[in-house]
Design a protein around this ligand. Structure first.
Ligand SMILES: Cc1ncc(COP(=O)(O)O)c(C=O)c1O
Length: 367
């Protein structure tokens, strides 16, 4: 591994498999089909492994649905907050199902999508998110239709529903209660369709999640309404599978001990900034404390404060944990910071460099 130049994302297939085995367990015991949410993770070099444990992909755009169809295969769901006229035919050509975000998009593109099962996104008005930015049920939300009275008149033109209202939800009883709210609000509609996707945001691959209760709840729901249930995990599929490998470039003292690494939170783990969260390192113990910072010019480009067993030196390597979800899909060329390469630790332990980014990639990303 020392031969691969940092920064690089390192996807560990064995760690991925421990999530994927739980996903497969849920498929087998609940009857739900499970689709990878490409918005969270689109790093297709490991799709050949993932597709053995998942049924396909779901998407948020034309490009994602195309990637899902061509690189993952299986069942390919198309969803977008809004399609443009010039996109719809190509979207339809890649998809097995198409899910519209609003009744107006359904009406507008019904003809072009007539060869596919059509779904509608519902907004149940409840969410597990405590963060306004990520709360699909926030006031004035544009994400899905919320009024059953408007949906009833067109129900015979809809084949299924998609509901995404969980957000990193580790609490099964909260999931259960919110599904109850969905049943109370939309039950008569659910009875009339063939499938219901419950979206992503359910942290069912986490340690101690009551998987069997979860499977039973999904199965009961599916049988009660006579629907095929889908799940759309992003984060839960890839959690803890990947690290961002960085090297210390400089040490600075300003009331605290600070190190600057050859990466950037803003460019390579943007969600930490957006959600004001700290990165994680493991084991994060020892007598020496450092604030680990990125090399961009942003003053707040800080991964976090961590503990180390020995004093850090220029040239030391640090592994930032949990760097798969919403990282690689959001990486950018801010400050022209070297974009991390992508490497994979294979199941036999060997490490394969999959992709490096060059000056030409930086230059070509703009003109
Ligand atoms: C419609 C939909 N499905 C699935 C997901 C994946 O969610 P997560 O990565 O939290 O599992 C999202 C995330 O925003 C979403 O909007």
């Amino acid at each position: 591994m020392a031969e691969i130049k940092t920064p690089f994302y390192l996807i560990d297939k064995q760690r991925l498999v421990s999530n994927l085995e739980k996903i497969d367990h849920v498929r087998r015991h609940s009857g739900a089909k499970v689709l990878l949410a490409l918005k969270c993770f689109s790093t297709w070099c490991v799709f050949d492994l993932m597709k053995h444990y998942m049924d396909g992909t779901t998407s948020s755009s034309l490009f994602e649905v195309r990637l899902g169809r061509t690189r993952f295969g299986g069942e390919t769901h198309a969803y977008s907050v809004a399609y443009a006229d010039h996109e719809i035919d190509e979207v339809v050509s890649h998809a097995d199902k198409i899910i519209f975000n609003s009744l107006s998009q359904l009406h507008r593109f019904e003809k072009q999508a007539s060869g596919l099962p059509r779904g509608l996104r519902l907004n149940p008005g409840v969410s597990s998110s405590t963060f306004d930015l990520a709360d699909p049920a926030r006031p004035f939300s544009r994400l899905g239709e919320w009024d059953p009275a408007l949906i009833h008149p067109v129900i015979d033109r809809i084949d299924g529903f998609m509901i995404h209202n969980n957000c990193e939800n580790e609490d099964f009883s909260l999931f259960d209660r919110m599904l109850g709210v969905i049943e109370d609000r939309f039950g008569p509609l659910l009875e009339k369709v063939n499938w219901v996707s419950l979206g992503g945001g359910i942290h069912f691959t986490g340690d101690d999640y009551p998987l069997d209760d979860f499977c039973t709840r999904l199965k009961t729901f599916s049988e009660k309404y006579g629907v095929q249930v889908y799940l759309e995990p992003g984060e839960a599929a890839v959690t803890n599978s990947t690290t961002l490998e960085v090297t210390v470039l400089d040490k600075i003292t300003n009331q605290k001990e600070i190190v600057v690494v050859d990466s950037s939170v803003e460019a390579h783990m943007l969600d930490l900034l957006i959600y004001r969260a700290s990165a994680e390192i493991s084991p994060n113990t020892g007598p020496h404390s450092y604030m680990v910072c990125g090399k961009s010019c942003l003053a707040g480009d800080v991964f976090g404060e961590f503990r180390f067993p020995e004093p850090l030196q220029v040239g030391d390597r640090i592994s930032i944990q949990d760097a798969a979800g919403y990282t690689m899909v959001k990486k950018n060329w801010f400050n022209g910071v070297q974009m991390p390469s992508i490497a994979v630790r294979e199941l036999d332990g060997s490490i394969r460099l999959v992709r490096q980014f060059s000056y030409q990639d930086f230059e070509q990303s703009l003109s």
